[in-house]
Design a protein around this ligand. Sequence first.
Ligand code: DGJ
Length: 692
Amino acid sequence: MLEIAENGRTWLLSGTTSSYAVHVTEDHEFLHLHWGPLIALPDAEALAVRPLPDYRGFESPLDGREEYPVEGGPRFTRPALSVRTDERRGTEWRFEAYDTEGDLLRLRFRDAEAGLGIALHYRMRGDVLERWVTLDNQGPAPLELLRADSATWTLPDREGWRLSHLHGRWAAESRLVSAPLTYGEKVIGSRRGHTGHQHLPWVALDTDATEEHGEVYGCALGWSGSWRIAVAQLPDARVQITGGAGHDDSGLLRLAAGESYTTPVFAGLWSDQGFGGASRAWHAYQRTYVVPDAERDRPVLFNSWEATEFDISEEQQATLARRAAAIGVELFVVDDGWFGARTSDRAGLGDWRPNPDRFPGGLKPLADYVHALGMQFGIWVEPEMVNPDSELYRAHPDWVQYQTGRNRTEFRNQLVLNLARPDVQDYLWEQLDTLLSSAPIDYVKWDFNRCFTDAGWPGEGYPQRLWVDHVNALYGLLDRLRAAHPGVAFESCSGGGGRIDLGVLSRTDQVWTSDNTDPLDRLAIQHGFTQIHPARVMAAWVTDSPNTQLNGRVSSLRFRFVSAMAGVLGVGGDLAQWTEEELAEAGEWVELYKKIRPLVQHGDLYRLRPPRGGLSAVQYVRGDESVVLAWLQAQHYGEPVPALRLRGLDPTASYECLETGEIHRGAVLLHHGLRTGLRGDLDAAVLRLRRI
Ligand code: DGJ
């Protein structure tokens, strides 16, 4: 709901449990008023007339109170907007007007001297407020956007703010870390050209919240290129969070006369239900407004990567497909190695035609075979890349990002295509459209396996558009392919979880969470991932034991399955090597997953205990049904394993545990807990509950 004060200068946006208010003074100062529990318009108006502090000389009364701090004038905070012309730097703006379009509020400002129009957008969806900015060069001269953040978020005065965020690296993404905020700035981001394994673009701030209680403020950026979120505790202890595309302040884009730039969305959420409540609100928002077709179940998939890597053939994939179908897999995916001269990572990227030795009749015969087995068919691609040893690179060595006279740095023997170039976009569209038309393909795993290094575009002046345009070209390609092939689902992958954000999620059906498929490490990765993103998009595979990719850890099929069943279940082990007993057991787990899938993929998630060495568990609740997935890493000294206090149940109802047949009273489960029966090391259980 949007309410506007009579003077047309105070705006209040309210969701189901939270409100957000801003105000423009007569002096054209754009002030933040409120972000937190629901308030009424008179409350916002009362806040609007509170005088600013009377600082003298060395501090600015605006700092920490402005809704979108621009550079210049009486401000010393990190600016959200920094603009340069030939003659001047900074922005002096005046409020022009506001307008609304459904639930969208647009506030328009203008810097007349610079000829810059600035429109700030607000849209409340559930309790998530989406914010973004459009910058419009309305003058005759070019403007340089040194920095153009999507939003600045202002927190209320409190003592003892704590910052939580997700950090990691390849095969170790999304690990949750929390620390008290101190004076100064904490900056996270990526200067790698993609979202990065190092941080998901999300932060949460609280003072005393727990998993299920207390106030939590969260912000998440929807951008799949380089980005930055800076959290600052200012000299008077006020806290602001500013973020947007690009990592540095040295030039994002040059706007020629008449050109405009729209920032990505920076979304914010307030919850007084602790980190769990904040996560559930983020999940509901993504399932309702962000992820395409989120109401549809994601199928159980098999992926060939860990089983066969680059050594693949049609016959061998058909053998795997038969085994996959027999255990209940619904989508069979051929990973890397099916195209061009791709027999190792040294060649073939860029040539998106089936390898004639491996697939003499193209992909159609295998796709048909997989369909005849009752499964969907999927393939792997990495369209933004090229191996120097490829037909594409030999024909177009200038299509990659490079700088004249400098090295072309190879990572994994590959270079990054310059997707800002229209001819590269045309080529990729033609290749991928042809590929998707050549065989009945239902799913595409879209990978991205190296960071930008020599990001240059000879002939183009600085600042070069390619950082921003690469991402927009990726989005454009995905949008166009989705429109032309509406039956095809897409997975975002970047060497595991290197490209996971609200931007890519708005055009993909799921993401590859991590190349780390060790079921124990995954619990921590999933614990972090679900702080912001829902299980509905969190792909997780059961692979071989001992773990072949990382650590050789030995674990039971039970532990591996229960770990992967917390998200979108997949199987990635070498089924050709699994025994009949293992295949039979796998079939039972897949069957069980299909029963709990509606809860996992569409229900409310409660993280009952974090994975910290002993017992950990998550619970999903949907209507009258609930399921608990519990893992015991190690039991020490024969100590009894604690009961799990459940959440989201009706205390006055009774619940039957479908695994044990026991009847439990809701109040008992909520206050005294459910016993899991887990013991020893690396044990796991699935416990379904149905209200009776
Ligand atoms: C990285 C991905 O994360 C893996 O799952 C696999 O697809 C490889 N790339 C293939 O090269």
